[in-house]
Design a protein around this ligand. Structure first.
Ligand code: PDD
Length: 286
């Protein structure tokens, strides 16, 4: 029986109700965040909260965010997840409930705040070691995907295209540039150098992306932050996606063609190992 948080209360998921006049439902007028906990301890929570505050600011949603850390903690407790190896908390804040008008409600209304927690399971080492497949899809999203809004229809369609193609991930391409996945950031390895798109309005500033860049630099791996031409991926040695629910996921085939030798490469493996070491240290209190 899952317990969720809704507007100040902890209730059974089946009992939680949001109005049909909620602007999240009518306009996708809101933002969300997904934060991982390892061994019941939230990981890089300040970075997730910071991104959420920037999103609220960009959308001009005036929400009281002072108790959100406690909401995260309590959801783990309520759902018996404090010893779970990996869990995630999803939180969504919309502009609130008001009769439908495109402009903001003339009289401000309280934002709707909804959150849930659940266990997350990493693929087993054999599955991870075999590598994953992706397809490219045209990026038809709006011009502010750096804001983590709940308006995710192009991402939904992209991920479904991947499912329909029998593969794991969808890579957004715009103007010949490989940007990011439907729900994760993208990296390629050329020779010894790790490359990923710069933080602009066309990619989400992924927390895992930032961590992986830090881990690469700490391990002496050269990092270039620059656009990747999709046509150059034919000569990439390795590629992978990163994200809270992706961690580091190796892509060994793109659009039916092998990346490098079609096997998980050493740079991807090193970075995944570094990530595992970091989160395991975090889980055990380090
Ligand atoms: N997705 N790019 C997009 C479009 C994303 O939706 C996400 C996260 C990322 C990776 O960000 P992070 O490393 O901070 O998780 C990149 C979340 C997990 C989701 O939609 O469920």
């Amino acid at each position: 029986m899952a317990i969720v948080y809704l507007n100040g209360d902890y209730v059974e998921a089946s009992q939680a109700r949001v109005s049909v006049d909620d602007r999240g439902f009518l306009f996708a007028d809101g933002i969300y965040e997904v934060t991982p906990a390892y061994g019941g301890r939230f990981f890089l929570m300040d970075r997730h909260i910071d991104r959420m505050l920037r999103g609220l600011c960009a959308l001009r949603i005036d929400a009281d965010t002072s108790g959100l850390t406690e909401v995260h903690e309590r959801l783990l407790v309520e759902n018996g997840l404090t010893s779970e190896p990996i869990s995630i908390v999803y939180i969504q804040i919309t502009r609130g409930v008001a009769p439908r008008t495109h402009a903001f409600p003339a009289t401000p209304v309280p934002p709707t705040v909804y959150a849930y927690a659940k266990a997350f399971h990493r693929p087993d080492p054999a599955r991870w070691g075999a590598g994953f497949e992706a397809i490219t899809v045209p990026d038809r999203r709006w011009a502010r995907v750096d804001v983590k809004t709940i308006a995710l229809l192009p991402n939904v369609l992209a991920q479904q295209a991947a499912v329909d193609a029998g593969v794991d991930d969808a890579l957004f391409v715009r103007d010949g540039i490989a940007l990011e996945g439907a729900h994760n950031n993208f990296f390629a390895v050329f020779g010894e150098t790790l490359v990923t798109h710069p933080l602009t309005n066309v990619v989400l500033p992924g927390i895992t992306r930032g961590l992986v860049i830090e881990l690469a630099r700490e391990s002496g791996i050269a990092v270039e932050v620059r656009p990747i031409q999709v046509e150059d991926l034919v000569r990439a040695d390795e590629a992978f996606f990163t994200g809270t629910t992706t961690e580091v996921r190796p892509t060994v085939r793109l659009d039916g063609r092998d990346i490098g030798d079609g096997r998980v490469g050493p740079v991807t493996r090193r970075l995944f190992d570094a990530l595992l070491e970091r989160v395991e240290r975090h889980a055990s209190g380090g």
